[in-house]
Every structure is written in C-alpha cells, then in structure tokens.
Design a protein around this ligand. Structure first.
Ligand code: ADP
Ligand code: MG
Length: 450
C-alpha cells in the first residue's frame, strides 16, 4: 500500500526527505516509520482522517517536534543541524488557525515574514520592503495594507497569512488545512494562488487538506496518512478510490471522473457507521438530529458549539443539512440527492438512532422522499427522550398528503416532547447529562440489524 513513486536519485537535493521517521507524544506513537519526499516545484497534498498525523508530520518538517527514529532532511541538511533562522529561510508555514494576539495592520503582519532576514535591531532593508510590497500585490491586498488584520473577512485574512508566508521568500511552503474555514469559492481561490506560486517560483508545497476532491484537483501527488502510517503515495488518479475512502475514512462513496480532465472525484454516499467511535468520543451524546432542507443545520452547529456529540440523518446529499454535517465531521446517514430514502440508508439511520442518548426533531418539511424519517423514529419515542424542537404547525410542512401529519401525531402521542426555545433545549439536555452521571437512564432500543 505504500509503494512510493520511484525515489529520486540520492544526489538530488530535495526540499523534504523523511526516512523512517517515527514521532511520539509521551509514549504514544503519532507517526510510524514514515518515508516522504517533496521535489522542487511539486504540490504535494497530505490527506488523512482527523488524528492521522498530518499536523504532526508538518511540525516535524518545521523542526518543532523531535524525531524519535529516522532521519528528517531539509534541502539536504539534517533538520537538527539547521539553526532556527536558517530553517526560517528555507520553509514558511501557514497554520490552520493563525492566532493573532493584537491587531496589526495587514502590512505590519506581512512584515513578520521578514524576521529571518533581519538582525535584532536592524531596520528594514530595501529587499524587505520589496518583498512585502510584492506579496501584498500578489495577493490583491495592496489596498488593504493599512487596515487592521482583524477587520478582514475570512478569505482576505487567509490571503494575508499566505502573503506573510510569501514575503518570507522560502523555496518550501507548508500549509495546514489552509481552507478549512472558507467557503468553496475562497477555498478554490487560495489553492489556485498557491498552485500558481509553486508553478511561477518553483516553490515546493506540502499542504494538509481534508477535502479529497480539492486534493485531486490541485495536487501533483497525494500522500495518505492513516493512524500515523503512510498508507499510499502517488498521483491523485492512482490513489483516490472508493476502496481508499471505505478503508481509511469509513465512508462509502462513488468514484466519478471529470470527463474533461479525467480528474477523479468522490461522491460520498453515507458514513459506514462505527458505533464504537460514535460512543467513545468525548462530550455528552450522541444527540441525534432528524431534519432536512436546512432545518437541522442550526441545531447541529449549536450542539457542536456546546461540546455535545451529534449525529444526523437521514438526509440527502447536497442538502444544506448534509453539507453542514459534513463540514462539522458528524456521522450521518445520507441518500443520493432527491431519491427516496433507500433501505441501506434507513438501516444506517436506525443504527444512529439506536446509539442516541436523545433525539431532536427539527421542524423539517416532510415529503414522500423523507417520510421514512418519521416512521423510523416511532419505535424510539418513549425509549429515548425525543424532542420536537421549535415545531411550526405540521400542516404547513406536510407535503406527503396527510402522512406527515399522521407521523407527527404518533410521535407526540408516543411521548415526544415539544420544546419551544434554545433555552428549553439546553435545560433538557443538561438534565439528561446530569442524570447520566448517575448511571440510571434506560438503555436505548437495540439497533435494527441490517
Ligand atoms: P491530524 O492533523 O491528522 O488531525 P495530528 O497530527 O494533530 O493529526 O494528531 C495525530 C495524533 O497525535 C492524534 O492521535 C493526536 O491526538 C495526537 N497528538 C497531536 N498533538 C498532540 C500533543 N501535543 N500531545 C499529545 N498527543 C498529540
Ligand atoms: Mg491537523
């Protein structure tokens, strides 16, 4: 599985070369015997589920983390032989969350990129000014140079972070999920700019990205990490597959190809539910949210913000609720767009319902394609707390010729409780959480086997 592409001649000086690198946090192994190379001008994407070791690997290359075993080299020198300032002239870093304590102007912030070139008390050189101006222009920030960094939008701020890295003028750029807080337009914008940079300046790029479809579109090569080991390494068309998604991410998907470019893309189908993972994550829950059409999204965000574990379903792919759940990384049961909920998806949904500590029903519109969500819920009302959240009159949301109304009434008579506000929901969940610390709540009904 780890057949690396033919390794470059040993005489070639590579921006990054890792050989058999292992890293531990205390005694836990976070990276296990990883080999990796990045060539000049190459755009390599590091992909893998949360916790697979992407950030750890980037921190090793930055020299922030000691290597327990193996050899890490930057441009032919062992990392531990390089002084901090030497390293900073070789590699620039765009972190996932740039913590800015004060509010520098955009220009001041981009100037931070020049520190490796300045003595402690030296003033700015002509070269410093040139690089800062060039970076601001290249990232279309020249007219924002005097504005405070915090006044920028998310997309602009990420461009400023990139401008800071650019001003550092290094032949290697590392990025850790640089697009994770951006909408799709700004994601494409940032990655286009990074690719252009690598093409124009020959900068080697290593970027952790969790979106495989973005990886397929931009990467020359994708390196997959799974539980701290390298799982695969190669061009996107060779690496990305339905099997990869199932094995490494536990997600079933359809693989398609862009007919124009041949670039593969994956259409995630539904999460292969891992009950153990759902149960063992920290935070009270899972709280399962039934919704659709955007009715569940605010509830899912609210739960995640408060540290609850959440699951959702059964939804349709491309639906706002499904997109939100995907962004939040929540387990869900998903059907293809507009199709009636199929047996496989309903079974996955029942598994999630079976693990729920509480079920929140959003005021969603009920039609023939999602009516099964109500009927599949019925056995759980009375067994697990079921909350009908902010219910709007069912008549206005029943597009299943009375079936929606009948299902709703059954839930109510079966013990589902109406909650009219966020405060009421918060109080209800707090009550459950407190009750659960004394182990006394009845166990939910067993999941229906598939
Ligand atoms: P990724 O970036 O792919 O989400 P990380 O590199 O952040 O993964 O984490 C890899 C593993 O190392 C995870 O199991 C994580 O919990 C663990 N880990 C990360 N940082 C630390 C740390 N500072 N101390 C202890 N364990 C850590
Ligand atoms: Mg990370």
């Amino acid at each position: 599985m780890t057949d690396a592409p033919s390794s470059p001649a040993t005489s070639e000086i590579l921006p990054v070369r890792l050989r058999g690198v292992s890293v531990r946090y205390d005694h836990r192994v976070a990276l296990h015997e990883v080999d990796l190379t990045v060539s000049p001008g190459e755009f390599v994407v590091l992909a893998g589920p949360n916790g697979s070791g992407k950030t750890t690997l980037l921190r090793v290359i930055l020299g922030f983390l000691p290597v327990a075993e193996g050899v890490a080299e930057l441009f032919g020198s062992r990392l531990d032989d390089l002084a901090v300032r030497e390293r900073a002239r070789l590699v620039a870093w765009v972190p996932q969350d740039e913590a800015v304590r004060d509010d520098p102007s955009v220009a001041e912030y981009v100037r931070y990129g020049r520190y490796p070139y300045r003595g402690r008390f030296e003033t700015e050189s002509a070269e410093d000014l040139r690089q800062v101006r060039g970076a601001l222009e290249e990232l279309d920030l020249a007219d924002r140079a005097h504005d405070g960094l915090l006044s920028l939008s998310g997309g602009e701020r990420q461009r400023a972070v990139l401008a800071r890295a650019l001003a550092q003028a290094t032949p290697l750029l590392l990025l850790d999920e640089p697009t994770s807080h951006l909408d799709i337009g700004h994601q494409l914008d940032i990655l286009e700019r990074v690719r252009l940079l690598s093409r124009r300046r020959g900068t080697a790029v290593l970027a952790a990205l969790h979106d495989l479809n973005l990886a397929a579109r931009f990467a020359d090569r994708v390196v997959i990490l799974s539980r701290g080991r390298k799982y695969d390494d190669g061009p996107p068309r060779d690496v990305l597959s339905e099997e990869l998604l199932a094995r490494v991410w536990g997600v079933s998907a359809d693989l398609r190809r862009d007919p124009r470019s041949g670039v593969p893309y994956l259409l995630p189908h539904h999460r292969l539910v891992e009950p153990a993972a759902v149960r063992s994550a920290p935070g009270f829950g899972p709280v399962h949210v039934v919704g659709g059409g955007g009715a569940a999204a605010p509830i899912l965000r609210w739960l995640v913000d408060r540290g609850y574990r959440a699951t959702t379903g059964a939804l349709h792919l491309l639906d706002t609720d499904a997109e939100t759940a995907q962004l939040l990384g929540l387990p869900m049961a998903v059907e293809l767009p507009f199709a009636p909920l199929g047996e496989e998806v309903r079974a996955a949904h029942r598994v999630l319902l079976g693990h729920a500590q509480a079920i929140v029903v959003a005021p969603f519109a009920i039609g023939p394609s999602n009516l099964a969500n109500l009927t599949d819920l019925e056995p759980y009302a009375g067994q697990v707390p079921v909350y009908l959240f902010n219910p709007t009159p069912i008549e206005s949301r029943d597009f299943a010729s009375g079936e929606g109304r009948r299902g709703w009434e059954k839930l109510r008579s079966g013990g589902a409780q109406e909650l009219g506000s966020w405060a009421a929901l918060e109080a209800a969940l707090h009550g459950l959480e407190a009750g659960r610390r004394l182990p006394s709540r009845p166990s939910p009904p067993a999941a229906t086997p598939t």
